[in-house]
Design a protein around this ligand. Sequence first.
Ligand code: CAA
Length: 383
Amino acid sequence: MTVGIDKIGFYTPGLALDLVELAQVRGDEPDKYTIGIGQSVQTIVPNYEDVVTMGVNAAQKILTDADREQIEMVVFATESGVDNSKSAAVFAQKLLGLSPFIRTIEMKQACYAGTYGLMQARDFVALHPGKKVLVIAADIARYGLATPGEVTQGAGAVAMVVSDDPAIAEIATDSVYMSRDVADFWRPIDSTTALVDGHLSTDVYKEMFLTLWQRYQDQTGMKLSDLAGFAFHLPYTKMGKKALDQIMDQVDADGQAFLRAQLAASQVYNRQVGNLYTGSVYLALLSLLKEGDLQTGQRLGVFSYGSGAEAELFSLKLSDGFDQVVAQQDVAGMLAHRQMVSVAEYEEIFNSQLFDSAVDSQSQAPAGTGLCQFLGWQSGERQ
Ligand code: CAA
């Protein structure tokens, strides 16, 4: 029996900011943003969206009635949850109309948690053939106005259905992973913006990729030329290039040109959305599946990294007809239909969502955004 990704869907809110405009207002060279960092457009989150609304919207794009009956577990990966106690997966279960007789759980380990969810899903389905698991990876990446991280903000959600006989790709049981306590990125409980040592985080990401790639080769006997490309966690698109460049000398010139083209294909959507933390690597995967040069039976590498830090490297084997399944997702159309906002409008929206006691002790939590607004709650009210 093969187990893997049967469906994959993506959602990002309908507002966006042109990063050339942001660079001009911040007094930076636009090329630093678009080439040096590799981001062109950033999703802006309106006040009526949060990780639950984004995650549910992503899942709505892929779920059929049959899926709803067969889903026996929802794993919701996020580091921007709406409640410090209740799982976002419970809200998703209700909003998606799933059975009450299922498990629901929220996972957190920075940008890595979606991969943990995917592996839990694979193991569950392997033990329970015929059942399905819904994995949602949704986040809002927020660093602060005029900070170095600002250009790498973004938001969105990826939803995946994991099943046996998967239509998109088998998840191989070849994972290598590692964890190490590093203070490269963190978000205090009372802060809506992340604190980050950006250059350290880039170094740790590169180092963990190299370490795991060597370990992966030792344990599996695979070579770089055995892979038809990588889906990297892309906090910004240049990050994937920085990781891949470290091992490019393991293939010849043609191999390098091929892998660079596949990397470019994996970066198309992330470049226009920004970071979506847990969902970022799976948006890169969707981008590679839709925009890359791929064939049935080929193997892709997936590198997942979460600051703090934890990383995992594994492979996917493409199923027969995967291209027809992913063709149903019109990501380019969704991105093209976003409404562009000015830098002033973005700043107003950003400030209205800020309630960092560390940043501004006078500011208050907004009186109900996103899911709270949807359910008609007021801030502080319990149901
Ligand atoms: N034209 C072209 N390129 C230019 C340029 C110009 N005019 N000006 C500068 N550049 C290039 C620089 O040479 C540099 O390239 P290299 O990295 O290849 O050397 C690049 O633009 C960025 O320049 P800086 O390093 O000077 O930029 P910065 O100090 O403002 O910070 C950053 C960049 C560290 C990525 C920052 O945006 C940041 O902190 N982002 C958030 C943290 C992050 O994303 N970390 C990634 C790893 S952690 C992770 O993966 C988990 C997660 O999701 C957060």
